[in-house]
Design a protein around this ligand. Structure first.
Ligand SMILES: *Cc1c(COP(=O)(O)O)cnc(C)c1O
Length: 380
């Protein structure tokens, strides 16, 4: 059987989440916007419970939550929504700042805005994947409209210093958006304490269903809707609410909060065991900061081996990712930003541990990787 160690790509939907979602597909299928009869009101009430559960996960009031189809949509709504709202009210600030290691769901809408009249600065990172705060301090100014920095990196798990970034943004009057798709449900995040104005999250990264997520918005942050067609979500996101998915999302956030500390501590130990086994192997190097990373993440590069051959040897036993953007074999922007070559990125392995990962999975991974490396070294 395949050991699944790719929890940054997606997580399995928790059985308890499936159970919570179940009635909302068929018995209780009414549209929450219908309002005139009891089943519709019940569906609307279920959505509001989910809203409260999601908001509580970030220490925010329920009104802060705008449900979306996932973190990609939440990022697009945050970034384009802020830019368009600024245009509409004649706000002179236009500058946007982000970081080279962001997810494409931030970099691509930012790039689009950059080509449409919003000067964009993409900051580099240090070799350990952390943003040099001095670079941000130098880039931010009275023209800065918004800064977008992720909480936890989806490839190398690196945790940026959100508190310091939030303070800088606040001091300069810039909005702070945070893509927290890999962080919510995995580590505590108090949005207000960190001065985060907008935060994106995704259901399927925290043991919830795919196709749902949310943008959380601090009160008073002006946002223009990016999807028109109905008055759902305060007019900010038109479209019939996906009641079963949202019920699942709320439940998943609630469950993730309940075991977050214990799970993170347990997976950190397993991750350290994995690293302790890999570190002595020839040519192995760590991608990303040693400690300032998610407890369930490890990303290693292996010098002197061919990435395609390596992953071909792993794939029947381990579900893991490489550092190549899947289609073209070009290095991921994250590993490229750390200074890794195309060849190094291809010969990288991302491990993402999860709720069901056991010590046996880790030992199995160690065995499979060691055997693959021995085979590759022998044949070269
Ligand atoms: C998965 C992920 C996304 C995209 O989320 P979807 O819900 O799949 O659209 C965005 N940002 C980060 C950091 C992610 O890990």
């Amino acid at each position: 059987m395949l050991a699944y160690l790719d929890h940054h790509a997606t997580t399995p939907c928790d059985d308890r989440v499936m159970t919570a979602m179940e009635p909302w597909w068929h018995q209780q299928f009414a549209n929450p916007a219908s309002r005139l009869y009891r089943p519709a009101l019940e569906a609307a009430a279920a959505v509001e419970i989910a809203r409260g559960q999601v908001a509580a996960g970030l220490g925010m009031p329920a009104e802060a939550v705008i449900f979306t189809s996932g973190a990609t949509e939440a990022n697009n709504l945050a970034l384009k929504g802020v830019a368009e709202a600024a245009l509409e009210r004649g706000e002179p600030r236009r500058g946007l700042i982000t970081v080279a290691t962001e997810h494409r769901a931030v970099l691509d809408p930012m790039g689009w805005l950059g080509r449409h009249g919003f000067p964009l600065t993409v900051l580099p990172v240090q070799p350990d994947g952390l943003l040099d705060l001095q670079h941000l301090a130098d880039a931010i100014g009275p023209d800065t409209l918004l800064v977008s920095v992720m909480a936890a990196n989806n490839e190398i798990g690196v945790l940026q210093d959100l508190a310091a970034i939030g303070q800088l943004c606040r001091r300069h009057g810039a909005l702070f958006h945070c893509d927290a798709a890999q962080a919510v449900g995995h580590l505590p995040l108090a949005m207000a304490d960190l001065n985060i104005d907008l935060l994106s999250l995704s259901g399927h990264k925290l043991y919830g269903p795919k196709g749902c997520g949310a943008l959380l918005r601090r009160e008073g942050v002006a946002l223009a809707p990016q999807q028109h067609g109905g008055s759902q979500e305060g007019g900010l996101r038109a479209g019939t609410l996906a009641v079963p998915l949202l019920v699942g999302l709320g439940k998943a956030v609630q469950l993730a909060l309940a075991d977050q500390a214990e799970r993170s501590a347990r997976l950190t130990l397993l991750r350290d065991r994995l690293w302790a086994g890999l570190e002595p192997l020839e040519g192995v190097q760590l991608n990303g900061h040693r400690n300032r990373r998610l407890g369930h993440n490890l990303n290693v590069g292996i010098d002197g081996v061919d990435g395609q051959r390596l992953h071909r040897l792993l794939r029947s036993e381990l579900a893991v990712s490489s550092g190549s953007a899947c289609s073209q074999g070009s290095p991921s922007q994250v590993l490229a930003a750390l200074g890794r070559s195309r060849r190094q990125a291809a010969a990288s392995i991302r491990f993402g541990l999860g709720r069901d990962t056991t010590a046996a999975d880790i030992d199995r991974a160690l065995k499979v990787v060691s055997a693959a490396l021995a085979e590759l070294r022998q044949s070269t």
